[in-house]
Design a protein. Sequence first.
Length: 503
Amino acid sequence: MAEPSTARIEMVGVSKAFPAVRALENVDFSVAAGEVHALMGENGAGKSTLIKIMTGALSRDEGEIRLDGRPVEIGSPGEAQALGIGAVYQEVNLVPTMSVTKNLTLLRQPRRFGLISWSEARNRAIERLKRLNIDIDVERPLGSYSVAIQQLVAIARALEEDTRVLVLDEPTASLDANETQLLFSVVRDLKARGLAIVFITHFIDQVYEIADRISVLRNGRLVGVAARVDLPPLRLISLMLGRELERTEERLAASAPAPEGPAVLTAERLGRRRTMAPFDLSLRAGEVVGLAGLLGSGRTEVLKLIFGAIRPDSGRVQVASEALAAPSPQKSLKHGLAFCPEDRKAEGVLAELSVRENIVLALQTKRGWLRRLSEAEQEKLADQMIKALGIATPDAEKPVGQLSGGNQQKVLLARALVSNPRILILDEPTRGIDVGAHAEIVALIRKLSTQGLALLVASSELDELVAVSDRIAVLRDRRKIGEIADADITRAAIIKTIAGARP
């Protein structure tokens, strides 16, 4: 497709490198006046870096930025605002305990004789909101309003009389369907006034509802740009996921019959408003069920709802024949569930503690602190796990933060296994580890399933899911949209299902 005739902002040949990482490489990106341009890509694609350069939070290494055809330098967020570039991020960067007026005029309060004129500030706040057709009591605390209204107030704050470009970074992440439509009505109005709008989201359906054009980044490179009508969902998802892997891993699960028997875990209409639509999911002993979907599709949320790390507000979880009332991590551990989180540094290993202390943590929690494991028991369990999983460490007393990423992941698995679970929940078990450790963990997942352990595995790597899964539940836009099983499990089938086609 040809570039729009009136480019409000253009980024030409933009590159940015950090130590050991090339975040952007020769990226072209433009947004026309009166256009909503969706910027898409998986985690690490370069979206945030590109936007930070556009809004002055980062400097570029190479390339040029043009505003209405004129080259500009944007050295800070303040300079970006002065040039008419505003931004609203996913986390509303306002103060919920302060009034709407104070939020809208913070650091911009009108003064008279050196004192703040609150009557003038109130009038300015009302006027800012009027531009977005919002009529609310500006003296109420911002936090007393819905998340959607808070987002709109953030947009009102970002908009000046001369704003020409507005960046919306995941603006609907915390909104329900009705609130999203309220936001979209404002976006359409701003578009009609000639603003150039950059829309970043992981929600595929919303892109096709609001965007005029779509650009896709992958691994720091622009891999596609097209009008919305010229880019079918299947092609968009293929661009986002890429095909860097030259071969699909052998389908390890195909050699054994799918497990039969009663479910050891059942989730019925489990969900939480604004987080995950109600879903059903079951898991049998010896079965590996994969969770597939794009970033933001709800993979982690499903796992945390089942484990109780996120409290559901609908549905129930049943382990064997026993229902878990008000699921919580502690209850889940006592009922034989174990969870390895995606972010092993923030939510998994305790870097300052030893390998031994990290390994026994879940078992000690399950037993309770009145039944403490002795030093001898801890050492024995740690040594057994180090040998069983091949954890590369000189001894069990080495701080786990000094191990490689792959070995830290093995320590997390060891912690889960030493608690003797019957259900193991893994969120991105091979993220950020080397090829050798990746193969070992994939093989370990299948080995554990043949020993009767039930596994629920969420992964962004489709080839990994194809290799290990007996069934795959497919998610999109925080909804479960289908399941694929047995011989139907292929990379192509997963992509088609995410795109909305039947497998």
